[in-house]
Design a protein around this ligand. Structure first.
Ligand code: LRH
Length: 495
């Protein structure tokens, strides 16, 4: 008998994948588990044109179709539904169903002008009180403020996963977790803040109806179904990738912090309500919408982008496979670096745009009296050490600002494979780090679909039990307490 499967389309800032999850009822007596396998993996390479840095959304859509068709070919009749997630904040503008222009990349430099325009109308304090978001220059409302005549011409704004969903099904919706990253949703996620939208020049009719994760979105249109090979159903998931990743944090209880570590390191807590204090705002925390109405109280930390962009700088022509081999060699070499290691502020806005990240790190260190990393291994060591310091600071700040006990840190996403980063994060937080699942985002996407199909229990705890049964975790114990920081890379700082 064929088993029921769910398909996750997971688009990251550097690569995308189509993943199938088969639900196994009782994996070795541990309760239900998802057996996850990749059907397709593809690069997501932004394209710079005369007007700026763009996402190649048509190529992404083409790859999604190919991936779904491959999934259907290999597992005919098994796929119960499809869920789509991607990075946050970016969008397409549409008029009469046509895409107007090519969506911009959030790392494009146009956003500063948008920040000025919005802040002239609504100050930073009021914005935070209304939308609860960390000030990031790429939040959707700042980007929309730069659109000018294109925004006048548009009748709809769709965030990237909703745009892909629209092309697949024709349905026009705004999934709530990702909508929370636009800056146009009320903090806590009850609905669009239409008064705020009007004040910053976004006409309310541009904003689609909100849907919650787990809601059926629609069925593949007949022409798409022909391409894919079946009329599959699309279900809304936590379409913000970080929201899906947090669903798959294999935690028991609520005394945990998480680091969802890929291109970004999203560090924080899952809470019932937003924290809208002045201290949370000045500490740079955000209140994004989570699955089941939870708040993701977290901070955006620069993340593995610092490594991927450094590798690109050192070897621009490398293929993906060559780059991952280089990274693994460099991480080994970085673990062996001795002598003083520079710790720099990974969140300095200088590191946001694409370009010479190693050069910018050296400039930062020179300007701040830190030892200047020279070799690639020294740069990598310095990045990893500095990320761990930033992760630890964000965990401590989140716990303090939300008055929340944290006894363990779950590090999920690609960063869970980086043993040096996991160990240093344990050392710097003074807490055990449980690393994994690596594919937390795809897993969280699949879990919400399986629940919507009536196959799993109703609570997030039920989904997390399945996450625990589906993927192994590796435990890293702290080698010293925070504060007893190592003097140099060769000194692990043991008490
Ligand atoms: C991570 C992420 C993050 C956002 C950023 C734009 O992929 O979605 O949560 O802030 O991309």
């Amino acid at each position: 008998m064929s088993e029921q499967a769910f398909a996750a389309v997971d688009l990251g800032a550097t690569s995308g994948r189509v993943v199938l999850g088969h639900l196994q009822e009782d994996a070795a007596g541990a309760g239900p588990a998802l057996r996850v396998r990749h059907v397709a993996r593809f690069a997501n390479d932004p394209v710079r044109t005369r007007d700026g840095l763009h996402w190649n959304v048509l190529e992404l859509y083409r790859q999604v179709l190919l991936g779904l068709a491959a999934a259907q070919r290999h597992h005919p009749g098994e796929i119960a539904s499809v869920g789509i997630d991607s990075w946050a904040v970016d969008y397409g503008l549409l008029a009469g169903g046509r895409l107007l222009g090519t969506p911009f990349h959030y790392r494009d430099s146009r956003n500063e002008a948008g920040v000025d325009t919005v802040h002239a109308r609504v100050g930073a304090k009021e914005l935070f009180a209304r939308n609860g978001l960390q000030h990031l220059p790429f939040n959707t409302l700042f980007q929309l403020a730069t659109e000018g005549t294109l925004l006048e011409a548009a009748d709809t704004v769709l965030l990237i996963p909703d745009l892909i969903g629209f092309w697949l099904t024709g349905a026009v919706v705004a999934e709530r977790t990702n909508a929370s990253t636009t800056g146009l949703l009320t903090a806590g996620g009850d609905g669009w803040d239409l008064d705020l939208a009007r004040r910053v020049g976004v006409y309310p009719h541009l904003l689609p109806a909100l849907v919650d994760p787990g809601t059926p979105v629609g069925r593949l249109t007949p022409d798409v179904a022909e391409t894919v090979g079946a009329a599959l159903d699309v279900v809304a998931v936590g379409s913000h990738d970080t929201a899906s990743a947090v669903v798959a944090v294999p935690a028991t209880g609520d005394d945990f912090a998480y680091v969802s570590c890929g291109t970004w390191g999203l560090v924080g807590l899952e809470l019932k309500d937003p924290v809208l204090t002045g201290d949370a705002r000045t500490a740079g925390f955000t209140n994004e919408g989570g699955v089941d109405g939870r708040t993701r109280f977290l901070k955006n930390v620069m993340g593995l982008w610092l490594l991927s962009e450094s590798l690109r700088q050192w070897n621009p022509a490398a293929t993906d496979a060559e780059r991952s081999a280089e990274l693994s060699d460099l991480l080994d070499a970085a673990a062996r670096v001795t002598g003083p290691v520079a710790v720099f502020d990974v969140n300095d806005p200088a590191f946001l745009p694409p370009g010479d990240v190693p050069g910018r790190i050296r400039n930062w260190c020179r300007a701040h009296g830190e030892p200047v990393p020279d070799t690639p291994a020294q740069v990598v060591r310095s990045v990893v050490e500095s990320l761990a310091v930033a992760f630890a600071a964000a965990v401590a700040d989140a716990a303090r600002l939300a008055d929340h006990d944290v006894r363990v840190v779950h590090l999920v996403g690609g960063g869970a494979l980086n043993t040096l980063l996991c160990q240093l994060t344990a050392d710097r937080t003074g807490l055990p780090v449980l690393a994994g699942p690596v594919e937390a985002t795809a897993l969280g996407n699949l879990l919400v679909q399986a629940r919507a199909a009536g196959r799993l229990g109703p609570d997030l705890d039920d989904l997390r039990a399945v996450a625990r049964a589906s993927a192994g975790v590796v435990r890293y114990a702290p080698r010293h307490q925070p504060g007893q920081t190592p003097r140099s890379a060769s000194d692990p700082g043991k008490p």
